[in-house]
Design a protein around this ligand. Sequence first.
Ligand code: PRP
Ligand code: URA
Length: 217
Amino acid sequence: MTQDAAASTPHLHVMDHPLVDHKLAILRARETPSHVFRQTLQELSWLMAHPTFAALKTETAQIDTPLEAMDVRRMASPFPCLVSILRAGNGLIDGFSQICPEASIGHLGLYRDHETMKPVAYYSSLPGDIEIRQVILGDPMLATGGSAIMAVDTLRDKGVSDIVFACLVAAPEGVAALHGSYPDVPIITAALDRELNDSCYILPGLGDAGDRIYGTE
Ligand code: PRP
Ligand code: URA
């Protein structure tokens, strides 16, 4: 799938905002040091929370202001669960949890095998009642889509129906793969890039997200 074709994928939301582009430019630049990368990713995750949480379930409740009673809209219980695909997903999910501290946090440990480029699962920790929660699944990179699909497989096996996937940079190949397996899972991304290279890295991309966050290059 080309970048243009991917752009018209239903349920794909590509952010279009000067601050998002500015922060993404910092993340993409080769010379950006790890500590600046982490700080900028945190700031970008706050901006991404806006479209990512847009479909959050709410309820109406009556509260008293100091002056009178009023009906307010607030997050419905049970609160959502933020699920990080380790390890790079923590960069996004930490920021989301600062915006929405009531949410519980789950972790799915996956890494891409360097030979096969297929995801390998090594860890899982999710709330016991995750099937009744909305889930926001975060990973900065949607490349082949293998890791995101494996994470959604795991959540669906646990009975989760309501999942939003948030990433910083998506490749057309990853959008096609995730949408092909799970057309009902919305994808929120800060950018839709051109293509994958022969090593399944996103072009132009930002390199290896985990290494750039944690300085492990
Ligand atoms: C990166 C990234 C995604 C995955 C995307 O993780 O954070 O999880 O690759 O690639 P895919 O769409 O082709 O599956 P990586 O395997 O490098 O692990 P890390 O986060 O521990 O560095
Ligand atoms: N994982 C990354 O961290 N970066 C890519 O470009 C592709 C997969």
